[in-house]
Ligand binder design. Sequence first.
Ligand SMILES: Nc1ncnc2c1ncn2[C@@H]1O[C@H](COP(=O)(O)OP(=O)(O)OP(=O)(O)O)[C@@H](O)[C@H]1O
Length: 438
Amino acid sequence: MTKHDPADSPPSVAGQGVRDRTPHDVSSGHRILLVDDNRQIAQAVTLAFDCAGHRVDTAVAPQEAFSHLAQYRYDAILLDLNFTQGQTSGEEGFACLARIVADDPTAAVVVITAHSGIRIAVAAMQAGASDFVMKPWRNADLIARVDAAVGKRRRPSSPSLAFGSAATATPAGLHRLLGDSPAVAGLRDLIRRVAPSAAGVIVSGPSGSGRSLVAALLHAGSPHADADAITIDVRDPLAWEKIGGTAGTLILRHPDRLDEVQQARLLDRLPATARTVAIVDDPAMMTPRLRARLGTVDLTMPPLSARHADALLLARHFAGLAAARHGRPVPPFTASAEALILARHWPDEVRGLAQAIERAVLLDDDGVIDAAALTPRLVDAVSPVTTATPPLDVSLEQSERVMIEAALRHHHHNVSHAAASLGLSRQALYRRMTRHGL
Ligand SMILES: Nc1ncnc2c1ncn2[C@@H]1O[C@H](COP(=O)(O)OP(=O)(O)OP(=O)(O)O)[C@@H](O)[C@H]1O
């Protein structure tokens, strides 16, 4: 997570094409992530660090912290250990600390504890924190401690320690694979263990579920992370030229879509020196020989529908990204939107979810994202008597108008019923109707 470490370039984030987004870049000074649910403390800390020439981003809960860590590189993390009112055990903070340190053993984490929390502070240091501060603190002391933690941050001293076969090596940026489901936690663990080796990996799962992200993380944790991985869609015969004598990471997309003869040819072309990562829909479509050559280890990214809790977490992450991208405040989700996010089968998986959220953030005009804002393509579901399904290239404005018209028609212009069917309040529907001249 070194600030200018090219090996740590983040993979793009769904639908955003984001690479190391730095809207708050500071030419000098540290970039710090404060994880604390107390807004007054956050304001005071931000001001103090700002005056000292540093930059602070705030996360009010661990999930938000992981979302920030998925987007930016931080020089230090200032972590409060208690997030739930009245809780002083630090349990949540310790879980957060464990994940930060597991994902990046070089992270400089300074924990914040209550005045009497010396035992907790010591335990946090044993768990990987660089230092601790006790409330209440003097700002100068706090800044000095964070400075010192950044200064003595454990930097990898050799490539082998950073990416090689050392047991402790961890793929840079592993925290970018967001998700708390057992499936994704298990994947992070497998990536951590497999990435530094030369083993070929087959990454399977539905399109848009995060397979390329997994491949990028495997490369980031490999001994070849300093060089770019070579990515080839093997369905394109011209791309095969790039296979050459590759010695680094070779990411092969869709070998399962080749026929048997082509798969045999691919097998002949693969250089023994390359570490391969194959992205496939269905490993069973590969010949046993190719499968054996490509997949010492199989990693499977399950569909979002099999890891519901991740959907909500990812949705919040994408809402934050979209809001930052379009210069808007982050709109919260209504209960109906959350229910929809959890229940819906998202076409195009995580990418589809990200796109829906970005559209909703863009179109939002009442400060919240409701279910209707996430379902502009569900016009048919609202009314079977709708006269026109919007064509695919219809604008979002038009699509919203068509949906509202369909709902009104279906409910015989009863605004309350139409609003309810769209997951909107009456006022919100009226506002939209006015905007569309209905
Ligand atoms: N768990 C995750 N945490 C954060 N971002 C994610 C996660 N899963 C997917 N994404 C983001 O969603 C988008 C789609 O993922 P990705 O490109 O890896 O899908 P894919 O399975 O490779 O799809 P395809 O093969 O069709 O290109 C990417 O921008 C990726 O960064």
